[in-house]
Design a protein around this ligand. Structure first.
Ligand code: FE2
Ligand code: FE2
Length: 478
């Protein structure tokens, strides 16, 4: 930024954040008029980024956000929670209704007036699950906006969880419905086609944890060098890399767990983001970096998580090739007129499944993939209320409204990739060696493994950057 630009801005009552002094700002008068229109008097990196993006949005971009939470809030009063659960019910009901027989569909309020012995269908949110002591039947209590109803199943289905919205089909006998079949909202087949484009790759990383003394800096720098085409191995892949997703926990943060300060190399969160910026700034500009946040980042922990707070992570907004999205978010990657849909979620709720559901009592890659399948089947990223902290909004952003081509998570520091129906499911390991907290709980992270997907045909593999020689990773579950 020229001194004369700074003066012009100052004359117009606009204060400029010091991080922008070396930044190219383009036409200063155009910038001043945009800032005045928006009533903005402090120009920081995020504001400048938003103005640039807005201008660019008019052009054809290579990414397109479908669901990106912009930060609206409620007061979290009881009525907000009721509205929130009603919204979740309606969002999932709209998916299930196509799979119901309209002649048999009833509401909880209408249940008592149905003659005994009738076949019925009902869409309900699970409020309680128990097992009858004598016959070991599964008793599922459900609710809809009109009332409550009891479902009795002769067999136990361990994929039915509290707060899921499901379609139950059965026969009314006295005061309950005896279950014949349960339909999950589940994702659809995408009838996958090979796109009429050349090989185009997207790489997925997460849990970089910059600032931690256990940050795998050498490995991360190797990955960046590889993206720059400086490394011989798999160079042909690096040359065709067009997108890099960073799925949360960009930095280690401050005060996240007891005793964390002993394992911090950088003890100031701004400096942690500045260090990450210096690394990401090296990435070739033809690679679009898609950035979301996790529970270690500078934003609130309750989901949906808004974009990283520019007060702390402002330097990241200076990256010209970055796109910022909420956690979770849904977006399209566009290549030569074709597109693939990505669902990104940091993955906080995965730990709940592992800790509370018997069959997932380990953090093996196959458990993580089974949990992700169950999320897609439930069409919800945290189906059990309490498995992630949430804000009661007028829409439940954790409902999976569309079937993605790729569903990516992180958070658990493991590498895993597989397919469910036509959707690739993957977890993107981490760049942090074992912390004392992980050691205490017997968690062994997989470090520096990068799942990569070819957008052309949705083929996939994982590259391992841990050792000096980059190689294909056959661990995890593939
Ligand atoms: Fe993490
Ligand atoms: Fe995390």
């Amino acid at each position: 930024m020229e001194d004369s630009d700074l003066e012009r801005l100052f004359e117009n009552g606009i204060i400029v954040d010091s991080s922008l002094k070396d930044k190219e700002i383009g036409d200063v008068d155009e910038l001043i008029s945009s800032l005045k229109k928006k009533n903005i008097s402090i120009l920081d990196a995020k504001t400048l980024y938003d103005i640039f993006r807005e201008k660019k949005r008019l052009e054809s971009l290579d990414t397109e956000a479908i669901t990106d939470y912009k930060g609206e809030i409620t007061q979290s009063k009881p009525q907000d929670w009721i509205a929130f659960f009603n919204a979740r019910y309606e969002q999932l009901k709209s998916i299930l209704i196509d799979r119901a027989d309209p002649k048999l569909l009833i509401s909880a309020a209408g249940f008592m007036s149905v003659p005994d012995g009738s076949d019925v269908e009902i869409i309900g949110m699970v409020s309680n699950i128990s097992i009858s002591p004598v016959k070991k039947y599964q008793i599922i209590d459900i609710e809809d906006p009109t009332g409550q109803c009891r479902i009795i199943s002769r067999s136990v289905n361990d994929e039915i969880l509290k707060d899921q919205v499901l379609l139950f089909k059965g026969r009314k006998i006295k005061e309950a419905i005896f279950l014949d079949d349960v339909t999950f909202p589940d994702i659809k087949l995408r009838n996958d086609k090979v796109l009429n484009i050349g090989d185009t790759y997207v790489a997925f990383i997460s849990d970089v944890h910059v600032g931690s003394s256990l940050f795998a800096e050498e490995q991360f720098k190797r990955f960046i060098s590889w993206l720059k085409g400086e490394v011989g191995e798999y160079k042909d892949i690096a040359e065709k890399m067009r997108f890099l997703v960073i799925n949360g926990d960009l930095v280690d943060g401050i005060g996240i767990y007891p005793g964390q300060e002993k394992e911090l190399k950088i003890k100031d969160i701004r400096s942690q983001y500045d260090a990450l910026y210096s690394l990401l700034a090296e990435i070739p500009k033809n690679i679009k970096i898609i950035i979301t946040q996790g529970n270690h980042d500078a934003t609130r922990i309750a989901e949906p998580q808004p974009h990283i707070d520019p007060m702390f992570g402002g330097s990241l907004y200076l990256l010209d090739n970055a796109v910022f999205l909420s956690n979770p978010s849904l977006l399209n990657l566009k290549v030569d007129g074709s597109k693939r849909t990505l669902l990104l979620y940091h993955g906080f709720s995965i730990s709940y499944f592992v800790n509370n559901i018997n069959k997932f009592n380990s953090m093996r890659p196959e458990d993580i993939l089974s949990i992700m399948r169950l999320m897609l089947k439930s069409r919800h990223l945290a189906p059990v209320h309490g498995s992630a902290q949430v804000v009661p909004l007028r829409k439940d952003y954790l409902v999976i409204e569309d079937t993605p081509d790729i569903f990516a998570t992180g958070h658990v520091h493991k590498a895993a990739i597989s397919k469910y129906k036509d959707t690739i499911i993957l977890n993107s390991s981490c760049w942090q060696f074992q912390t004392s907290y992980q050691k205490k709980y017997g968690i062994v992270p997989e470090v520096a493994k990068v799942p990569i997907v070819n957008l052309r045909d949705k083929s996939y593999f994982v590259l391992d950057f841990l050792g000096p020689k980059i190689q294909e990773y056959k661990g995890g579950s593939q």
